[in-house]
Design a protein around this ligand. Sequence first.
Ligand code: 1GP
Length: 244
Amino acid sequence: PGRVEAALRRKVEAGEKLFFLLSDPEKPLDVEVVARFEESGADALLIGGSLNVTPYDIDSYISALREHGVKLPTILFPGGLNNVARSADAILFMSLLNSLDSYWLIGAQVSAALLVKRLGLEAIPTAYIIVGHGGAAGHIGRAQPVPLENVYIVAAYAAAAELLGFRAIYLEAGSGSPHPIPVEAVRHARAVTEDILLIAGGGIKSPEYARSLVDSGADAIVVGTLAETNPEKALGILERVKKR
Ligand code: 1GP
């Protein structure tokens, strides 16, 4: 693991639960909002979006954050090749395991790999698994989402991810999903994996729900939409995730 991943893993090994703030470069979070999350103990800023994004948008956003004194690690959460930006600290180098389209399984990764290496971006090999609604990520990624009524299937994907050597799993309900990522999905993934960094996101809106996700074995939760619409409430989630 590289520097960013190693630092996250050290916290997890020390028993800490992680909070990742998500900013979509199409409608980025205000720099002041990001600074508040950093002060309150957020662990990383994920940056990514499917549509209407260029690497230049991401680079200039990161430079605005740095000028403002934000030191939070920035991790690309790419919605496509247009999200590969040089100034980020790391990238979730993802394969969408339940896509029906080989492009999202391996095509985009082949297109991006040499660039990721040339830019010196730290790659965190991540299995991306879409559950339920799936939102824009599910639509663009041509996913066959794991059905909410058969969420145990997540265990099979998670085990496959581990056996294939992924070091992180991202369980995704879709940004702004009406149904948050199910607690049961996290439980099933955790039951079959040990050292994998388990990330859960999509539709998380309440502190207690976020707490139940980390109590069920998620190492990190991701909050995007709520940080845009109601940063105070999103800060409450961060606080609850950090309080043992
Ligand atoms: C989306 O999992 C993330 O990719 C976060 O979802 O925007 O619903 O918080 P929300």
